[in-house]
Ligand binder design. Structure first.
Ligand code: 2AM
Length: 176
């Protein structure tokens, strides 16, 4: 069988934002909340591609490289839990148009190339905990992390020795 890789397009977070998120998380949630996502793995997924061939990766990378749009400012000022997927997340209360446009474009390119896309609308989020065993009380979002987004990247999810790592394959700058 041809080799495949588990790939997704995502936004990386600035180091400073990651630090603040980790500090906030440490002070707000009990230890048994779930499996905390490592600081290095904090990201905002734009489009999940699944396990795909090198050929499909190339085609989708080419299409991603043709996206012409400006960067945008992202404000992370909301938090919640999804019981269906057992995750605690943070994200924007109001997603900027640029973020929606970028994700929708990548998701439709993925769908047209045979990568299953959830029929649910795009809910931009950064997962903080996975495998949350029960409903947790979500603290009031007493934060407002804001940063400029002018790049996006293609990542590979690698699971090895019980750990997930995200390897960056390619990065693109957002400009008109
Ligand atoms: P999540 O954080 O909400 O779990 C890599 O797995 C990234 O792709 C994660 O951010 C994950 O979102 C996202 N993703 C979206 N759909 C997925 C799926 N069907 N399987 C695994 N990850 C998915």
């Amino acid at each position: 069988m041809a080799e495949t890789r588990r790939l997704f397009f995502a936004l990386e977070l600035p180091e400073e934002a990651k630090k603040q998120i980790i500090q906030w998380r440490a002070t707000q949630f009990p230890e048994d909340t779930g499996r905390p996502v490592a600081a290095a793995n904090l990201h905002l997924t734009l489009a999940f591609l699944g396990d795909i061939s090198a050929e499909k990766q190339k085609a989708l990378s080419q299409l991603a490289g043709r996206i012409r749009q400006n960067g945008f400012t992202l404000t992370i000022d909301d938090a919640g839990q999804w019981l269906r997927s057992n995750v605690v997340w943070i994200g924007p209360r109001h997603a900027p148009l640029g973020l929606i446009q970028l994700a929708n474009m990548l998701r439709s390119q993925a769908a047209r190339n045979g990568c299953y896309q959830s029929p649910q609308p795009f809910h931009p989020h950064i997962t903080l905990y996975r495998n949350t065993p029960r409903a947790v009380s979500i603290p009031q979002p007493n934060f407002r992390w804001q940063f400029k987004v002018d790049e996006f990247a293609l990542y590979e999810s690698v699971y090895k020795q019980g750990r997930t790592r995200y390897l960056e394959h390619q990065r693109w700058t957002l400009s008109n």
